[in-house]
Design a protein around this ligand. Structure first.
Ligand code: UTP
Length: 298
């Protein structure tokens, strides 16, 4: 197995990528194509996420899939017929790129039989994870940064032996869209004291929103098994985290040099494509010019 993206070694070896949600905010595009497979420039969103996990030192990845999500499994499969054609046509660069996808990591698939919530999707991975700390990377959340964002959470875990959330500052108008943490700073580190799901601006305990990356101790599984289904009749990961926070230390890592983007809704998806394309040297100049001209025309 070639894992040529691995730069790091870590005690955290496993990651769960929940990708079984219905994607209702992106209908009708997400009816037959999983939103996790929507291309961001030229790669499906979930490939960036797998790459982030691998670059952070994780080589055992569980993707939680569901009904109509087989495109995800197909994407990480080997396709010998296609490789032969590319070889015959001398398209070596393409061949190399596709073979790199095959060799990214050991990827396992677990079916969530019904989309019963993010907490339930994470719980589906319990048997595979066992009694180890593990990462969760949401299948529709991207973090555009030079260094893999997840590695920062792993560093906090290794230093403090606590579960870790990833957070980013959001503007006032965005606060009601996200889970917001209450926290205190101890020696420059963020210690979580609570969290509120989608608060009104005047009720928000801070402006730090929870981003789709988590580093969790396996105790979360016992909690998720015990707590009742919550909002929307779904098993909510946030409800589990709140209990975890009562029984154990929970810390947060604030993204410093990355950009949180999502493919979960239409406007964010457009922004993600623009931001990723602007980072591509071969596209930056032309796209910048196009964007500038479009703005001038408004
Ligand atoms: P979201 O809440 O963004 O996904 O979950 P959703 O439910 O598909 O979205 P909408 O609100 O209907 O548009 C974040 C991640 O968790 C996964 C999703 O696939 C997404 O990648 N998820 C969510 C599951 O795996 N199972 C679930 O039951 C819910």
């Amino acid at each position: 197995m070639v894992k040529n993206l691995i730069h790091e070694t870590t005690v955290v070896k496993k990651a769960v990528i929940p990708a079984a949600g219905l994607g209702t905010r992106f209908l009708p595009a997400s009816k037959a194509i999983p939103k996790e497979m929507f291309p961001v420039v030229d790669k499906p969103a979930i490939q960036y996420i797998v790459e982030e996990a691998v670059k952070s030192g994780i080589d055992d990845i569980i993707i939680v899939t569901g009904k109509d999500k087989t495109a995800i499994e197909n994407h990480f499969d080997r396709v010998p017929e296609l490789y032969s054609v590319l070889e015959e046509k001398g398209k070596k660069d393409w061949l190399k790129q596709l073979q790199e996808i095959d060799n990214l990591a050991d990827i396992y698939y677990i079916r969530q039989k019904e989309p019963l919530g993010l907490g339930h999707a994470v719980l589906c991975a319990k048997k595979h994870i066992g009694n180890e700390p593990f990462a969760v990377l949401l299948g529709d959340d991207l973090i555009l940064s030079d260094k893999p964002a997840l590695k920062n959470l792993i560093n906090v875990y290794e230093k403090h032996n606590s579960s870790v959330l990833c957070v980013q500052k959001v503007s006032k108008s965005e606060i009601p869209k996200f889970g917001i943490i209450k926290y205190k700073k101890v020696n420059g580190q963020i210690v979580v004291e609570g969290m509120v799901e989608k608060p009104a601006v005047n009720k928000a305990p801070s402006d730090l929103a929870i981003v789709g990356r988590y580093l969790l101790k396996p105790e979360i599984f016992g909690i998720l098994e015990e707590i009742p289904f919550g909002k929307g009749n779904e098993l909510q990961l946030t409800d589990g985290l709140r209990i975890l926070n009562e029984i154990d230390k929970l810390m947060a890592y604030e993204i410093q040099d990355g950009q949180w983007l999502t493919v979960g809704d239409k406007m964010s998806y457009l922004k993600a494509n623009i931001e990723y394309a602007l980072k591509r040297p071969e596209m930056n100049k032309e796209l910048s010019k196009y964007l500038k001209n479009s703005v001038d025309l408004i």
